[in-house]
Design a protein around this ligand. Structure first.
Ligand code: ATP
Length: 372
C-alpha cells in the first residue's frame, strides 16, 4: 500500500509558539516513524505580532496560501501585548484565520490526565472529561471580525457589535450533537449536550437558546439541557465531571475555556481545534506567554495534544483509521509521560519544562506498541 502524505501548514508565531512547536514536531516525527501508512509534510509560514512589527503585515499572503493549500494547519501562538495595531487592539491573526477559513467550531477538550494534580480536592476531579464547543464566527467578537459594521467609538463611548444568526447557531449546535454522539460511541456514559448562554438577559442569547432547542428536537437520541453562563462558571468549579459537550457563544467560550484549563493543570495542558467544514486549525488554548518565552519553561503538552486532535480529524475526514490510531497512541503516551511522580511542570510549581516534557512523551512513545 502506498504511503499517503498530508501537507501541514506550520505557523509557530510569537513568544513560546516556536519552542512548543519545535517540541511538538519532534514528538510527531517519533510517533510516525514506526508506521508505514502516512506521513506529514510541513510548510512553515511566518506570521504574528513580531512579524507585524518587522514588516507591517501580521500574516503574509504566502502564509495564507500555505494554509489554504494545506490538509491541516498547526498553529503555535500569536500576539504580544506590547505590539498593537494603531487603534490599540492586539495582533490576533488567529481571529483572521478563523474568519478566512470559516473555522466556526472552537473545540476545547478538557480531560484530566492521571498524574497531573487538579486544583480540586474532590476525587471526582480525576473523571473530568468534557468538551467546550465555542461558536467562533460571530457572537460578541462580530464587530472585531467585521470592523466595517461596528459603530464608531469616540472619546466618550465605544461599542462592540454582537450578532447571533440562525445559520451559525444551527451549524455549531449540530456539530455539538454529532460530537456527543461520537463520544457516546466510545463511552456509553457520555452523550449529553448542555447549551451555555445568557438567555435570561440578552435577546441575542434568547434567540441562541431557541435555536438550540430546535436542534435538540432533531437529535432526540442525545440528552440535552441548558445552563446560564454565570451558573456554569460556578458548576465548572463545583462539579465539572458532570458535563460532556458544552456549546456556547464566542466570548463565553473564550472565558470558560481558560477557567476549564485551570481545572486540569493549566493552559499548558489544554489543546484546541478550530474546525470548519473544509479546514482545520489546531493550536493550544493558551497565548504566546511572553512572560516565560525563551526560558525553556513552556509546557508543550497542549501543543502536542492539539497535534493529536489534528491526526484524529485527518483520520476522520480522509477515512484513514490509522491516523486516528496514532492520535490515540499519542494521547496514551502523554498520559504515560505524566504518570504519578514522573513530571512536574513549571506551570504547577515544578522544574520540568519544554524539553523534559517532550522527552518524556518521546520515551513513552518508544515504549508504546505500534498499532497502525
Ligand atoms: P491570549 O489572550 O493570547 O490567549 P493570555 O493573555 O490568555 O493570551 P497566555 O499567553 O495564554 O495569556 O498566558 C497566560 C498565563 O499562562 C501566563 O502566565 C503564561 O506564562 C501561562 N502559560 C500559558 N501557556 C503556558 C504554557 N504552555 N506553559 C506554561 N505556562 C503557560
Amino acid at each position: 500500500m502506498s504511503k499517503q502524505s498530508f501537507n501541514i501548514a506550520v505557523l509557530p508565531g510569537d513568544g513560546i509558539g516556536s519552542e512548543i512547536m519545535d517540541a511538538c514536531i519532534k514528538v510527531l516525527d517519533r510517533l510516525l516513524a514506526d508506521q508505514p501508512r502516512f506521513d506529514l509534510r510541513y510548510t512553515q509560514g511566518p506570521g504574528g505580532a513580531q512579524h507585524y512589527a518587522d514588516t507591517g503585515v501580521a500574516l503574509p499572503d504566502s502564509t495564507l496560501r500555505a494554509c489554504a493549500d494545506a490538509d491541516a494547519i498547526l498553529f503555535g501562538a500569536m500576539g504580544l501585548p506590547h505590539i498593537r495595531y494603531p487603534d490599540g487592539t492586539e495582533i490576533n491573526p488567529q481571529l483572521d484565520l478563523r474568519k478566512d477559513f470559516d473555522l466556526y467550531a472552537g473545540v476545547r477538550p478538557i480531560r484530566a490526565i492521571p498524574g497531573v494534580p487538579s486544583v480540586l480536592a474532590d476525587p471526582h476531579a480525576a473523571q473530568i472529561d468534557f468538551v467546550l464547543v465555542r461558536e467562533q464566527s460571530e457572537g460578541l467578537f462580530y464587530g472585531r471580525l467585521y470592523p466595517e459594521l461596528q459603530p464608531k467609538a469616540n472619546d466618550d463611548e465605544a461599542f462592540d457589535l454582537g450578532r447571533i444568526s440562525r445559520k451559525a447557531s444551527e451549524r455549531v449546535f449540530d456539530f455539538a450533537f454529532r460530537l456527543a454522539r461520537q463520544r457516546r460511541s466510545l463511552n456509553p456514559a457520555k452523550g449529553r449536550v448542555t447549551c451555555v448562554d445568557k438567555s435570561n438577559v440578552l435577546s441575542s442569547m434568547a434567540f441562541f437558546n431557541k435555536i438550540y432547542w430546535e436542534r435538540a428536537k432533531l437529535n432526540p437520541d442525545i440528552g440535552a439541557d441548558h445552563c446560564y453562563v454565570d451558573a456554569m462558571a460556578l458548576n465548572l468549579v463545583k462539579r465539572p465531571w458532570d458535563y460532556d459537550v458544552l456549546p456556547t457563544e464566542n466570548q463565553f467560550g473564550d472565558i470558560l475555556s481558560d477557567l476549564a484549563a485551570g481545572l486540569i493543570g493549566g493552559l499548558g495542558m489544554s489543546p484546541s481545534g478550530d474546525i470548519g467544514d473544509k479546514h482545520g486549525l489546531f493550536q493550544p488554548s493558551h497565548g504566546s506567554a511572553p512572560d516565560i518565552a525563551g526560558q525553556g519553561k513552556a509546557n508543550p503538552t497542549a501543543m502536542i495534544l492539539s497535534a493529536a486532535m489534528m491526526l484524529e480529524w485527518l483520520g476522520e475526514i480522509h477515512c484513514m483509521p490509522e491516523a486516528g490510531a496514532q492520535a490515540a497512541r499519542l494521547k496514551l503516551a502523554v498520559d504515560a509521560a505524566f504518570a504519578p511522580g514522573r513530571l512536574h511542570s513549571f506551570e504547577l510549581g515544578g522544574k520540568d519544562g519544554t524539553r523534559a516534557i517532550a522527552t518524556a512523551v518521546i520515551e513513552a512513545l518508544a515504549r508504546s506498541q505500534v498499532t497502525a
